[in-house]
Design a protein around this ligand. Structure first.
Ligand code: ADP
Ligand code: TYD
Length: 212
């Protein structure tokens, strides 16, 4: 019967190398085991157009990218993704599991790049209206450890090539968002062994599923 109830919008967040990919697999495995219908997607990306914008955002280039241009590209991709993938899935009663969403914008463009949070909030309102994730699963990790882990998984993209100070600001911005709205965030210590991370994720998923 619970499969008939409304879809949930879950996002997975954190800095580089915190274990998002590894734990996304765990989350989708958990949903499949429960027979919950879901859509797995990511930002920037999730539609052909938004994936093209992702490529433009992530590739390293000679030209310095203006932070406001970066911000607008992120939200352009989000508008497309939200309206063509996320909203229809939620309306159909599916869960949406999204690898990053607007918290990443507050963390990277707000914290990392230093853009005005009020500008981000304005765009958030314009693009999303009242839509926010039901629960943000925030994998929290010292960026030095995260970057070491990420280094083992391929060449660094434009964001991964930033300096350590950038990632410290990203982490602080994520944590600040969780601190002011603890009811919407699950902060998970991603430094612990994977089994501990996943035990905590499973508890979170149980709680979300039972709040239908
Ligand atoms: N809790 C953990 N403890 C130790 N290593 C981990 C943990 N979680 C993930 N890893 C490893 O760290 C690396 C990066 O993980 P990954 O899931 O690709 O991170 P992300 O998608 O956030 O960049 C992988 O080699 C993965 O096996
Ligand atoms: C969604 C989003 C992502 N990003 C950045 C964070 C990441 O560095 C990058 C997306 O990469 P990510 O999803 O971490 O993919 P991978 O683990 O394969 O590198 O985009 C922003 O700067 N702002 C945003 O709003």
């Amino acid at each position: 019967m619970s499969q008939q109830s409304s879809g949930k919008f879950i996002t997975l967040e954190g800095g580089e190398g915190v274990g998002k990919s590894t734990n996304l697999q765990f989350i989708t495995g958990w949903l499949e085991h429960r027979g919950i219908d879901y859509v797995q997607t990511r930002e920037p990306g999730g539609t052909p157009l938004a994936e093209q914008l992702r490529t433009l955002l992530l590739e390293k280039r000679e030209e310095a990218v203006d932070p406001t241009a970066e911000l607008l590209m992120v939200f352009a991709a989000r508008a497309q993704h939200l309206n063509t993938v996320i909203k229809p899935a939620l309306a159909a009663g599916k869960w949406v599991v999204c690898d990053r969403f607007t918290d990443a914008t507050y963390a990277y463009q707000g914290g990392g790049r230093g853009l005005d949070r009020a500008l981000i909030a304005q765009l958030e309102q314009t693009v999303q209206g009242a839509l926010r994730p039901d629960r943000v699963l925030l994998l929290d990790l010292d960026p030095e450890i995260g970057l070491q882990r990420a280094a083992s998984t391929g060449a660094a993209d434009r964001f991964e090539s930033e300096q350590a100070a950038f990632f410290r600001k990203v982490r602080a911005a994520y944590r600040a968002r969780a601190d002011v709205a603890p009811e919407r965030y699950a902060v998970i210590d991603a430094a612990q062994p994977l089994a501990g991370v996943q035990a905590q994720l499973a508890r979170e998923l149980e709680t979300i599923a039972s709040n239908q």
